[in-house]
Write a protein of this length. Structure first.
Length: 153
């Protein structure tokens, strides 16, 4: 089979956002690797550093991930010693997630996003940075509205 040589990518906002997102994720994972963390794990820990003892459902809302995927991730994190699951004292059917000693030891990474922002926003003026966040928020909201017109984003 011959290889196509003259592929032209369409001018697509979806493609541009997807490519940028993939590179951002690669960078985050590269910077977190020395800490034995992935970006997904850091996001979970960042939520627990804000509020220890939260449900998997609350994490799903925080991360915009589906419950089955979040359950698998938190199970793996528990097995790796990053967090602990305990029964909710008010509702025995629900488990709450708490930082383990290992998770607490990485609290200095709570501001990791600042390092990422510094790298990603390099060379952009404050106005451009503000505009970028605004435009990305509008993209998100437009997509959410198209998915479910009654959604709150």
């Amino acid at each position: 089979m011959t290889q196509p040589h003259n592929l032209i990518a369409p001018t697509s906002i979806g493609r541009a956002v997807s490519r940028a997102s993939a590179r951002v994720n690669q960078l985050a994972n590269k910077l977190l690797a020395p800490h034995d963390l992935t970006l997904q794990q850091w996001v979970v820990l960042s939520a627990l550093w804000q509020q220890d003892g939260i449900s998997v459902g609350a994490l799903c809302k925080f991360t915009n991930n589906a419950l089955p995927a979040m359950s698998r991730l938190t199970d793996r994190m528990e097995n790796a010693g990053w967090l602990e699951k305990r029964a909710d004292e008010n509702d025995g059917r629900t488990s709450l997630l708490y930082l383990s000693v290992r998770g607490e030891e990485k609290r200095e990474l709570a501001t990791f996003y600042r390092q990422m922002n510094e790298i990603l926003l390099a060379g952009m003026s404050a106005t451009e940075q503000e505009m970028l966040f605004d435009l990305l928020s509008r993209l998100h909201n437009n997509a959410a509205t198209a998915i479910s017109p009654d959604s709150d984003g």
